[in-house]
Design a protein around this ligand. Sequence first.
Ligand SMILES: Cc1cc2nc3c(=O)[nH]c(=O)nc-3n(C[C@H](O)[C@H](O)[C@H](O)COP(=O)(O)OP(=O)(O)OC[C@H]3O[C@@H](n4cnc5c(N)ncnc54)[C@H](O)[C@@H]3O)c2cc1C
Length: 518
Amino acid sequence: MNLECSDNQCQNARVAGGRIQDIIIVGGGTAGWMAAANLVKTMGQSGVRIRLVESDEIPTVGVGEATIPPIMDFIHQLGIDEDELIREIKATFKLGIGYRDWTRPGDFYFHPFGPTGFGLGSVSFPSYWLKMFLKGRAARLEEYSIQATAAAQGKFMRPCHAPNTPLNKITYALHFDASLFVRYLRNFAVARGAVRIEGKVQEVHLRPEDGFICSISLENGRTVSADLFIDCTGFRGLLIERALETGFEDWSRWLPCNRALVVQTTHATPPAPYTLVTARDAGWQWRIPLQHRVGNGHVYASAFQNDNEAVDVLRASIEGEPVANPIRIDFTPGRRRKFWVKNCVALGLAAGFLEPLEATSIHLIQRGIAMLLKFFPDRSFERADIERYNKVLEVEFGRVRDFLLMHYTHTEREGAFWEYCRHIPLTDTLQEKIDLFRSHGRILRDDAETFPVQSWLYVMIGQNIVPRRHDPLTDALDARKIEDKLDEIRITVKKCAETMPAHNAFMDTHGLRQHEPA
Ligand SMILES: Cc1cc2nc3c(=O)[nH]c(=O)nc-3n(C[C@H](O)[C@H](O)[C@H](O)COP(=O)(O)OP(=O)(O)OC[C@H]3O[C@@H](n4cnc5c(N)ncnc54)[C@H](O)[C@@H]3O)c2cc1C
């Protein structure tokens, strides 16, 4: 697959230094077209040529339908009209994730997006809520969140100008049809100058003197060269792995699931504004409601359940009528040892995949693109830029892994799989986070982390990780005043949620739903 290049022009390219003139993205899934759309928007006017090679013969992974709030920044930064996008990709709104039967059968907790409450002087909401919670004088955390309260009632609206109310801060993401999202981004990028090349990559040519990629050749005989290559070829990692042999860090010792069965169904109920996740004997199941159908998936550990059993679990628990047969997707949780090597940057599944529980994969693509722009190289490909890029993403992948791991290790569920999960050794970074939280309810967070402090709070409390003592700083506040403040926040949230429309009603009022012709 990787051949040495004999093209003189190409061998001189790096020596000459200077601006990157030519970028080739290989792979036209979500990662490829997100990168193309963003790069063409950012540098299309500057004469940089952006081309994307994809093969109609190799399908995209076809999943990836739930997102987290930063996706809205991605959409807005591209200048995309949000309403138009929602109609085109048949999206619904997402206020968070509901965890059913997760910590134990019958239990339900919600991981909402967005901030909850507000600080009192220098004391944060988590600190004073935890103090009262430990004394048994606070309501459930969800009751202080507008997202969680609205989601429980199937309600939604965008934030509006309502000073001193949580309606100001409603934070949301989208559920969407992955193939429609790809189509939308492709049209967006091509309309702004990105060039699509149809073809199956057959060979990757490396420069003999330094191993940089200089060109790729396609099955149809065409050869394309570039200064910078972006590998978006999915799990294959055609450039980053097969050609550059970067290596993969297998994280199966922390993340136990390695298979997913995916099936789409019709709606049995109006689309909820959240992802529902339900624990199963050897993994978990998702329900992602879109406008026109529901995405369902059963994620499981093949060491604890065979495929036939997994299909039975999925079939027995889906609502609505299946619109296709289940598809199985195998994966190894982990990441590439380096995301950027020489003149090749891997994005999407080519960079790594942890698992879909908290819907972080599209976000990590977004972060990869943002960091590439931040450390955008010239043809000298300075080592310092590459090392910093890799460092930032290593931290980000690592903290997402920790967040996911915590969901598995702290449950009371019975059965061989969950028993195994309880004994998975924690990473040092997660152990430190949990130790700090248990000591005084403090939440440690690095700058380059995906999830905000309050996400950690909701999931730690949801998973029954409880501090031994409260934060001593809260003792500076009068306990009665804290209780009054908590009551005020909870009552305001309740009243605001009452004024919100049902999710479907909001979509109809704003003309966001595509109605199929009768
Ligand atoms: C079960 C499951 C559930 C998921 N759920 C979520 C979720 O809810 N939220 C989320 O954020 N993420 C989720 N993900 C991850 C998400 O699907 C991916 O991050 C996203 O789709 C990006 O995929 P990709 O573009 O990297 O790869 P792919 O979609 O696999 O695209 C690869 C592209 O490379 C091309 N290609 C490959 N080989 C060649 C070749 N030789 N020549 C030319 N072209 C080639 C293919 O044609 C294709 O266009 C999930 C993943 C899985 C497995």
